[in-house]
Design a protein around this ligand. Sequence first.
Ligand code: NAP
Length: 243
Amino acid sequence: MTIARPTPTRDTTVLPEHVARLTVGVLGGTGPQGRGLAVRLAAAGQRMLLGSRDADRASEVAAEVAERAATAASGIEVSVRGGSNIDVAGASDLVIVAVPYAGHAATLAELATPLAGKIVVDCVVPMGFDELGAYVLDVEEGSVAQQAAALLPDSHVVGAFHHLSAVLLEDLSRHTLDGDVMVVGDDRASMDVVQALAGRLPGMRGIYAGRLRNARQVEALTINLVSVNRRYKAHAGLRITDV
Ligand SMILES: NC(=O)c1ccc[n+]([C@@H]2O[C@H](COP(=O)([O-])OP(=O)(O)OC[C@H]3O[C@@H](n4cnc5c(N)ncnc54)[C@H](OP(=O)(O)O)[C@@H]3O)[C@@H](O)[C@H]2O)c1
């Protein structure tokens, strides 16, 4: 049997219609990673909701993100709105978790009901810093994504978007991001949606990278990239070859 090789989805007209119609929420959407994903996805035409612990802050940031996305959207209608994390969780079809690891469990523990039945995409990295640099923190469940799955038993948890620099995501003068998104998870249909969503980021592909139990390596690899960035003053990403 031949496995079809994914091709970069740079033309948004080839995006599956059901993905294009999804409203995508971001918990912790006021931070660099959430803003960066939001501005790129909004510029590609995705309807975005930014969540925060403070709804007013979310609305302010959403207005800024919408304005910047519109400059890059070339004729595509841009929609970015803000709200509390709980309202965004309830109003979104798919939710990206972009809060710091320190706030991950407490944030999700309160959102199991509004997130039930939805795809939850976790990009949180369990990272610490000491005098030797960045290192991976132990997560009891095995990985942050598995912690999310334990807290959200009725959601489809997928790990993705760990290896993207927020600096590059937010820098719209970079027309292409040149990298791949490793996507891990257990639900095939949810994986397909997240891979397609990753393909809306210019120059990127969503690549299947294993089941959720393999999230630990994907999360931890981010820390190697942080080490690369510190040594070489770069914003390194990953490209999967021969796929
Ligand atoms: N930055 C990157 O380049 C990058 C790359 C890959 C992955 N990531 C991952 O993406 C996540 C977000 O990164 P970031 O740099 O955007 O982080 P951040 O700025 O530290 O946090 C993002 C947002 O989370 C909210 N937040 C802060 N502390 C919180 C807490 N204790 N509980 C709940 N919410 C809290 C804040 O929003 P409100 O105050 O408005 O609620 C903040 O704006 C992290 O887990 C990181 O590991 C980041």
